[in-house]
Structures are given as C-alpha cells and as structure tokens.
Write a protein that binds this ligand. Structure first.
Ligand code: ACO
Length: 343
C-alpha cells in the first residue's frame, strides 16, 4: 500500500481587510473591537468582492499547491472540495473548480471525478481522510483537496446578526495528496459526528420538506424569512462541545498512533475561536509555541482554516521535514476529526 503524502500546499485570502472597527463604522453593527477580540481573538477578517465565489478562491489556492507539488492540473486523478458556501445549491464547487483548472476542454481534457464535501468546519479533515483512502487504495495517484469559503455573502451584517457575523471570513486553502513510497505522510485520521445537534449550528435558507421549499408571495417570488436566511448558532453549546470533542479527537489520534502530545512538533487546530483553542491546549498541556493561529487575521474560514495554517507553516519554514503534525477540527453537524502526519 502506498503512503499518502501532502506534496504541495497553497492558500489564498481576498485582499479586502475588514477590521472589527470596520464592522462598527462601515456596517453600523453595535459591537466593538474589545468585545470581539476578548471573546474570540479575532482582529480582522477578509471579505471577497461581489462576483467572487469559493471556486475562484479555491482555484488560486489550488494552483499554488499544484506548483509546489511540481504538478499540472492534468496530473490530478480527483478533486475534492470542502465547503459550506458553494456557489449554488447544486452542482457543487468541485466541478466549477475542475472547469476553472482547464480540465474540461481541449486535447488535454481530463474528466476526473470532482466531489464536494459538506462537513463544515471539519470538511478539510473529512476530505483528508477521503483523499488518503483514495491514494492508499491505489484508486488515485494525486488528489487535489481544497477547503474554501465565501462567508461574507451569507452573513447578517447588522446588529441582529452580530453574534455570528463577527466570527467569519473568506478564504481558501489547498493541498495535493499523492501516492509515495517514502516512509512518511498521513499516518492516520479519525472522524466523528453526532446528528442530535444538527440544528444547534445550521443555516437552513430553505427546508426541502416544505411545499414549495421556499414560501412564495402572490407574484411567485420566493420569500426567505430572516430566521431561515441567516445562520443559527447556540454559541455556548457549540463552545462546550467543541472543547470536549477536540480533546477527545486529539487523544484518540495519539493513542492510535502510540504517541503522546509531547511527540507532536506542530498542532494545527481549526480556527473557530481562540478561546476554544486555548482551552483545548491548556487541557492537553500543549505549549503555545507548538500551536499556530490565523484566527486573529482571518476569522473563522471554516473548511479553509487548517489548509491555510498548513500553507503558512510550510512557506514560512516553520514546518520542516521530519516533523510530526497533528490536526484537529470541530464544527456544525456536530462533526469533528483529527489527523496525524509525518512531514
Ligand atoms: N458584539 C457585541 N455584543 C455581542 C456580540 C458582538 N459581536 N455578539 C453577541 N453579543 C451580545 C449578545 O447579544 C448578548 O447580549 P445580551 O446579554 O444583551 O442578550 C451578549 O453579547 C452575550 O451573548 P452570548 O451569545 O451569550 O455571548 P458568549 O459569551 O456566548 O459569546 C460567542 C459568543 C463568542 C459566539 C461564543 O459563544 C463562542 O465563541 N461560541 C463558540 C461558537 C463558535 O466558535 N462558532 C463558530 C462556528 S462553529 C465552529 O467553527 C466550531
């Protein structure tokens, strides 16, 4: 069985910076830098311009990852796209990315499978597990995995929506997972879910059980009431479950690998809230200098947080060959996951 190795990473965030003060001054939200920073660690986030979607940002990250891997899009055997903010209800962002990468035309067209992963903040790790399995089974030699989100278009940027809208930002991260004979790579991955909490953190927009799925007015125009349009989050319940499940996912991963936390050189936690991550790190005795963050600069970019962190660690030289890396995430569903890699 070949090993599954990350051979390239890439990241992209849109250029427009929105600070906590901008939420007050530009959007008129009744909040403050002090409130947001103290509870979440966020200073600013990026918002994409109108017209830009997850596949476009994902393409930018993917091209950097392919370049780092020394590959062309035509070398890929599969595309996985983890997102909760695809361009459309259907199809997913994966096929849009395939087309953007130039895989659908000309003599070098490659109609490789493209699949979206709908696991929110855990989407990247669900994708990493899938990519690893595809590579280790021999079905694929190179899998492109992208986590990309365009949250800014779906945030209630008013005082009514401040609890959720102050948390999220846009961006994309990508990795190429390749088959290798080298004795390194993704050593293991663990995923979990608990559907009892599906509605504790959700964005419904519509309900397919309704007839029609979005109510219409007399002119036949769809009417989405605010409770359905915007994300619903019971913040304290999410916080508690995140801490518990992330600790559990880390311990499961370490136990399965026969290692302790001390053996890990670099920890990449999902970036939902700096306080959640500090709580998990304190509980598990993980020192600050082994834990990377980008929530201060990007907010919660959901499926993109871990690949963005990984790309920053690679490009800054923080991550060096031979290091052991642990990743862990928790999010809507509830879903969670972890992975251990030898870089
Ligand atoms: N600015 C100012 N006041 C605010 C803001 C804001 N941005 N947001 C909420 N408030 C107010 C509320 O209206 C409320 O006011 P009230 O007491 O007058 O009703 C008060 O602050 C307290 O609100 P809570 O929701 O109880 O605040 P809490 O201390 O729980 O903090 C937070 C909210 C930061 C969202 C916290 O619950 C949290 O971090 N939960 C984890 C959720 C999370 O990380 N979600 C990310 C998505 S899931 C994932 O990625 C894991």
């Amino acid at each position: 069985m070949p090993n599954a190795v990350i051979t390239g990473t890439g990241g992209y965030v849109p250029p427009r910076v929105v600070t906590n003060d901008d939420l007050v001054q530009q959007y008129g939200i009744d909040t403050s830098h002090e409130w947001i920073h103290r509870r979440t660690g966020i200073n600013e986030r990026r918002f994409a311009d109108e017209g830009v979607g997850s596949a476009e940002m994902g393409e930018k990250a993917a091209r950097l990852a392919l370049e780092a891997a020394g590959l062309e899009p035509q070398d890929l055997d599969m595309i996985l796209f983890a997102t909760l903010s695809p361009e459309f209800c259907f199809p997913g962002s994966g096929v849009l990315l395939q087309e953007r990468l130039g895989l659908c035309e000309g003599p070098r067209a490659r109609f490789v499978p493209a699949m979206d992963i709908r696991n929110q903040c855990s989407g990247f790790l669900y994708g990493l597990g899938t990519a690893t399995s595809m590579v280790q089974s021999g079905a694929c030699r190179h899998v492109l995995l992208v986590g990309g989100e365009t949250h800014s278009a779906a945030l209630d940027l008013t005082t009514r929506g401040r609890t959720v809208s102050s948390l999220f930002g846009d961006g994309a991260g990508a990795v190429v997972v390749s088959a290798s004979d080298e004795d390194r790579g993704i050593r293991g991955w663990w995923l979990g879910a608990d559907g009892r909490y599906a509605e504790v953190l959700c964005q419904k927009v519509w309900d397919i059980r309704r007839r029609p799925f979005i109510p219409q007015n007399e002119e036949g125009v769809g009417q989405v009431e605010p409770d359905m349009m915007w994300a619903h989050m019971e913040g304290k319940r999410v916080f508690r479950a995140a801490v518990e499940r992330m600790c559990e996912a880390v311990l499961t991963a370490c136990t399965a690998q026969g290692i302790t936390g001390d053996d890990v050189d670099l920890w990449l936690f999902h970036q939902a809230n700096m306080r959640i991550n500090q709580y998990v790190a304190n509980t598990l005795g993980i020192p600050d200098d082994k834990l990377l963050h980008n929530i201060d600069r990007y907010g919660n970019t959901t499926a993109a947080t871990i690949p963005l962190l990984l790309d920053e660690a690679v490009r800054s030289g923080r991550l060096q060959p031979g290091m052991k890396v642990a990743m862990v995430a928790f999010g809507s569903g509830f879903t969670w996951g972890s992975a251990i890699l030898d870089w």
